[in-house]
Design a protein around this ligand. Sequence first.
Ligand SMILES: *Cc1c(COP(=O)(O)O)cnc(C)c1O
Length: 223
Amino acid sequence: MNIGENIKKINTQLPAHVRLVAVSKTKPVEALLEAYSAGQRIFGENYVQELITKQPLLPADIEWHFIGHLQTNKVKYIAPFVACIQSVDSLKLLREIDKEARKNSRVIDCLLEFGIASDDSKFGFDSQDAFEFLANEQYKNFEGIRICGVMGMGSFVDDEITTRKEYNLLFSIFNRLKNSVFVNESAFCEVSMGMSHDFGIAVAEGSTLVRVGTLVFGERNYK
Ligand SMILES: *Cc1c(COP(=O)(O)O)cnc(C)c1O
């Protein structure tokens, strides 16, 4: 297992407009440093406590993306440094991120997470809620956040047709938003989808950010 080689190999499979988020949850600081030495700068983490423990031990130019379910009462711990929160699944959370970002005089990039999996046990914005909120342009008063796109998790199935359908759905939600609410906002350009087992399909369906853990760092041990 050579993390640097894994990253190079994945990058050769990604078109120039698609960026790799190295998902480093459960992995030690040494593993992240190895990825960093190979040029990797965007890292994805799922757990607040783990992220705030690792962040001070690693280079300051890392772009941290939070990709796990985020409780509103924990936003304050990551707001001072997080570059992007990909897993924004409610208005309540969006408001809290805005508040904490402004306290830190920052603007935090956010992606709206939508539930696209047919085995839907996962989190996600209610698209009705999201569209209503965005249509009201309330979000323009949120100076601590910049909504940069959408994020979704596919079903955990080994079935290309299902995966393709789900990613296609996320891309169509992105397009609807891009062509309406965000039509004049060039920052709204990201579609985060695709993991180790399916990032090729995700890229074909329009992904701009793939979140890859296992193929970069090896299997995870949750103990
Ligand atoms: C863990 C995780 C990933 C990476 O999964 P792999 O299968 O290891 O590539 C991607 N996205 C989210 C939201 C995750 O929690």
